[in-house]
Design a binder for this molecule. Structure first.
Ligand SMILES: NC(=O)C1=CN([C@@H]2O[C@H](COP(=O)(O)OP(=O)(O)OC[C@H]3O[C@@H](n4cnc5c(N)ncnc54)[C@H](OP(=O)(O)O)[C@@H]3O)[C@@H](O)[C@H]2O)C=CC1
Ligand SMILES: O=CC(=O)O
Length: 291
């Protein structure tokens, strides 16, 4: 199966490499074209523009930073819309708001093409090991066609119905994750400031009812102030912002998520946006110090 792949950031690079390892022919494009070199070494071809990739491949996958990037790659000159047509499918796996997905879906449908949104839950390591959770919605026939690729990229894929439902599900999940990361950071800070060993807290948490892979994976690194990026903080803040907008639209009060969003914004203002989202711990430590 031949697929196009747009966006070789942390996620896109790992996912396209996985497709290559599993026998897919892959043609890649990235805004910064030099980032294609590493996947080319592993057998990928390169398209000079998104349009060139879509022209060559019947299915093109994208995973890009945010709504602005997702729209730009579709609508700008030499973008996806230039070449999408009947018989071709476009799958956007970026985390965006439903409005962005609807715009892209409508434009692609007007050209006779097929669209699926398929944001993913899971981070750099699940992307590398093919253990993502895929939250697809939109064109069911395209979903069925993409299942062999999804089986390589993820441990489970969900088909959630009409376009927008994948984006909504992803935002709900990440709103919870961002809020939990803030509570976890406060807990670590409280443990340390009150004289407890934070490693003991991690051991206790891991044996109880709220044990989870995020505490297990991130906790020991946070205690060492290691925030090497798996999921960049600027993207988590974008997800909190988009989830809060979804809350506004549905009149859902989310004071916990709103407070977490403020902490991520503060972290961005401190220049921590490119670090892992667990770096929000630094803002919590700072606030606890100043009080
Ligand atoms: N990292 C993670 O753990 C996870 C991330 N996600 C989501 O996946 C998406 C990608 O995340 P991730 O790989 O971590 O992000 P990165 O920041 O590592 O990569 C972002 C990608 O988007 C491209 N890009 C940014 N702006 C534009 C633009 N205007 N036009 C074209 N391309 C653009 C970048 O190109 P360039 O190289 O030129 O900058 C790069 O390829 C995000 O929506 C994120 O929320 C979802 C699950 C997990
Ligand atoms: O979107 C991030 C993730 O870890 O999932």
């Amino acid at each position: 199966m031949e697929v196009g792949f747009l966006g070789l950031g942390i996620m896109g690079k790992a996912m396209s490499m996985n497709l290559l390892k599993n026998g897919f022919k892959v043609t890649v494009w990235n805004r910064t074209l030099s980032k294609c070199d590493e996947v080319v070494v592993h057998g990928a071809s390169v398209g000079e523009t998104p349009a060139e990739v879509v022209k060559k491949c019947n299915i093109t996958i994208a995973i890009l930073s945010d709504p602005a990037a997702a729209l730009s790659v579709v609508f700008d000159k030499d973008g996806v819309l230039d070449q999408i047509c009947s018989g071709k499918g476009y799958i956007d796996m970026s985390t965006v708001d439903p409005e962005t997905s609807w715009k892209i879906s409508e434009a692609i449908a007007l050209k006779g093409g097929h669209f699926l949104e398929a944001p993913v839950s899971g981070s750099k390591q699940p992307a590398e090991t093919g253990q993502l959770v895929i939250l697809a919605a939109g064109d069911k026939a395209l979903y069925e066609e993409a299942v062999p690729a999804f089986d390589v990229l993820g441990k489970k894929s969900f088909f959630l119905g009409p376009v927008g439902n994948g984006a909504k599900m992803k935002l709900v999940v990440n709103m919870i994750m961002g809020s939990v990361m803030n509570a976890f950071s406060e807990g670590l800070t409280l443990a340390e400031r009150s004289g407890l060993n934070p490693h003991s807290l991690l051991d206790v948490l891991d044996l109880g009812g709220i044990a989870n892979p995020m505490f297990r994976g991130k906790g020991p690194e946070m205690v060492k102030d290691n925030y090497s990026p798996a999921f960049p903080l600027k993207h988590q803040q974008k997800d909190m912002r988009l989830a809060l907008a979804l809350g506004d639209q549905n009149a859902v009060s989310m004071p916990v998520a709103a407070a977490a969003n403020e902490a991520f914004k503060k972290a961005r203002s401190m220049g921590l946006g490119d670090l892992d989202f667990s770096a929000v711990y630094e803002t919590v430590k700072l606030l606890k110090h100043s009080s």
